[in-house]
Design a protein around this ligand. Structure first.
Ligand code: SF4
Length: 455
C-alpha cells in the first residue's frame, strides 16, 4: 500500500450532521498531507461516510462498495474506508466485515478523530482495520478537530451530539448515543475564529439543538449560547437545526426575537398531525401544542418561515390519522416540508409494531401530501413577488452560469443576474420578479441600496 499521502475523496450519504462529519474527515486527512479530489480515478483513498436513518442510502452504500471491488482489482493500492452511522449498527458492521473484503478501514461516528492513526495502521499492516466505538465510549466530546469547509462564507458548527428522545422510528439515539453538549466557550471560540476568517453565516447543528446545555450545568442553554454568538464580529447570520417542538420554550422564542443575527427560519419537525400517531411515535407533544407553538413563533417573530419534516405510513396510521396530517399541513401552511415514507429500522420500537401500512397505501398518501404541500409552498412564495430581500450572495446558480444565487434570512433561494467577482460573499438587496416552488428569480434592487446608503 502507498506510504505517501496522495488524494482523497469523501462521499457523503445522509443529513447535515453527516456532511459536517465529512468536513472533519477531510480536515483530518488534509492535516496529514492528503489533497482533495472529486475524481475517483486519481483518488488514493475513498471514504464513504454513511447514514442509517433510512434504508435507501444504506443500499446505495453497499452497491458503491460492490463497485469498489472491481476498481480495486485494477487499482490494488486504493484504500477504501467506511464511516458514519451505518457502521454503528452491529448487523451492518458484521455484514461489511464478512462480505466486503475490499473495505480496508471502518470507523464510527464516535471515533472520527482516530482516523489518522487508523489509516496509518492500514498502510503499515495492509490489514482490514475496524474500530467502531459504541455508546459505552460516548462520554467524550473531542474538541479542536480540523474541519475542511468549502466556501469560506457559511459554516456548520456542531453544538450538541447524540439524542435522548428515542422517537419510536428513529435509529439515531442508538448510533449517535446520548446527548453531549460542547462547552459553550469552545463553540464561541470556533465561531469567533470563523468570523475572523471572513465567514458570514453559521448554522449550529445538533439532533435537538434545544437540548443544548442541559448536561453542562446551570445557566447554560441554547438561548444563552445564541445570545453570546450574536455578539461575535463578522458573523452576520446565525441559523440552527434541528429544533424539537417539545423543547422549544417560549423563553427561547423571545430570545430569538431579540437577537438581530438569528435568522427568521425555523425548521420544526411535526412528523404527524394525529395525536394518536404522535403518541405512538413518542414525540412528546400534541397537534394543538404544536399549533400553539407556531402561533407564538409567528406572533413574536413576524415574517418567519417555518419548515418541517413529515412522515407517512407510521405503523397503525389510519386514513383518519393521515387526514389529520393533511389538516395540520393546510392549517399551519409550512413554507416547505421534507416528506418521508416510514421504513422500519432494525433495533427501533416501530420496527416491531404489528400494523405496518401497506406500501401501496403509503405511496398514495405521500403523493397526496406532496401535492398539497407543493401548492402551499407555491402560494407562499408567490407572495414574495415584488418585494425586496437582503440576500447573502453564495455563488453562481447551479442551473445558469450567468446568474448568481443567494438566500434570504428566511432561507429562500433567489437567483439574479450580477457580477460574481464583485458580489460573491456580500449582502445585496434583491427584488423578486418571478417565483417558483424552490427558487425565485430577482434583480438587484439598486434603489433600495441607494436608499440604505443615504439613510
Ligand atoms: S429527536 Fe427523535 S427523530 Fe430526532 S434524532 Fe432524536 S430520536 Fe431521532
Amino acid at each position: 500500500m502507498s506510504q505517501q499521502p496522495g488524494k482523497y475523496l469523501v462521499t457523503t450519504f445522509g443529513c447535515q450532521m453527516s456532511f459536517h462529519d465529512s468536513q472533519v474527515i477531510a480536515g483530518l486527512l488534509e492535516d496529514i498531507g492528503y489533497e482533495s479530489t472529486q475524481n475517483l480515478e486519481e483518488a488514493d483513498i475513498v471514504i464513504f461516510n454513511t447514514c442509517c436513518v433510512r434504508e435507501k442510502p444504506e443500499r446505495k452504500v453497499l452497491s458503491r462498495l460492490d463497485e469498489m471491488k472491481h476498481i480495486k482489482e485494477k487499482k490494488p493500492n486504493l484504500i477504501v474506508g467506511v464511516s458514519g452511522c451505518m457502521v454503528q449498527q452491529g448487523a451492518q458492521l458484521e455484514n461489511i466485515k464478512k462480505n466486503y473484503s475490499q473495505v480496508d478501514l471502518v470507523f464510527g461516528t464516535h471515533n472520527i478523530h482516530r482516523l489518522p492513526e487508523l489509516l496509518h495502521r492500514v498502510i503499515a499492516t495492509g490489514q482490514q482495520i475496524i474500530e467502531v466505538w459504541d455508546r459505552g465510549d460516548e462520554g467524550e466530546v473531542v474538541e479542536d478537530l480540523p474541519v475542511r469547509r468549502e466556501d469560506g462564507l457559511k459554516a456548520w458548527v456542531n453544538i450538541i451530539y447524540g439524542c435522548d428522545n428515542f422517537c419510536a422510528y428513529c435509529i439515531v439515539p442508538y448510533v449517535r448515543g446520548r446527548e453531549r453538549s460542547r462547552l459553550m466557550e469552545k463553540v464561541i471560540e470556533e465561531v469567533a475564529e470563523l468570523g475572523r476568517e471572513g465567514y458570514k453565516e453559521v448554522t449550529l447543528l445538533g439532533q435537538n439543538v434545544n437540548s443544548y446545555g442541559k448536561d453542562l450545568g446551570e445557566g447554560v442553554n441554547f438561548g444563552t449560547l445564541l445570545t453570546r454568538l450574536n455578539e461575535i464580529p463578522g458573523i452576520e447570520r446565525i441559523r440552527y437545526m434541528t429544533s424539537h417542538p417539545r423543547d422549544f420554550s417560549y423563553e427561547l422564542i423571545n430570545t430569538i426575537a431579540s437577537l438581530d443575527k438569528v435568522c427568521e427560519h425555523i425548521h420544526l419537525p411535526l412528523q404527524a398531525g394525529s395525536d394518536r400517531v404522535l403518541k405512538m411515535m413518542n414525540r412528546g407533544y400534541t397537534s394543538s401544542y404544536y399549533s400553539d407553538l407556531v402561533s407564538r413563533i409567528r406572533e413574536r417573530i413576524p415574517g418567519s418561515s417555518i419548515t418541517t419534516d413529515l412522515m407517512i405510513g407510521f405503523p397503525g396510521e389510519t386514513d383518519d390519522d393521515f387526514k389529520a396530517t393533511l389538516r395540520m399541513v393546510k392549517e399551519i401552511r409550512f413554507d416547505a416540508a421534507y416528506t418521508f415514507v416510514f421504513s422500519p429500522r432494525k433495533g427501533t420500537k416501530a420496527a416491531h409494531m404489528l400494523e405496518q401500512v401497506p406500501e401501496e397505501v403509503k405511496r398514495e398518501r405521500i403523493i397526496e401530501l406532496v401535492k398539497v404541500q407543493n401548492n402551499i409552498t407555491r402560494e407562499i412564495n408567490e407572495e414574495l413577488k415584488g418585494k425586496t430581500f437582503q440576500v447573502l450572495v453564495e455563488g453562481v446558480s447551479k442551473n445558469d452560469d450567468n446568474m448568481l444565487s443567494g438566500r434570504t434570512r428566511t432561507n429562500k433561494i433567489i437567483v439574479f443576474p450580477g457580477d460574481k467577482d464583485k458580489l460573491l460573499g456580500s449582502f445585496v438587496n434583491v427584488k423578486v420578479i418571478e417565483t417558483g416552488p424552490w427558487t425565485s428569480k430577482g434583480v438587484l434592487d439598486l434603489e433600495k441600496e441607494q436608499r440604505d446608503v443615504s439613510k
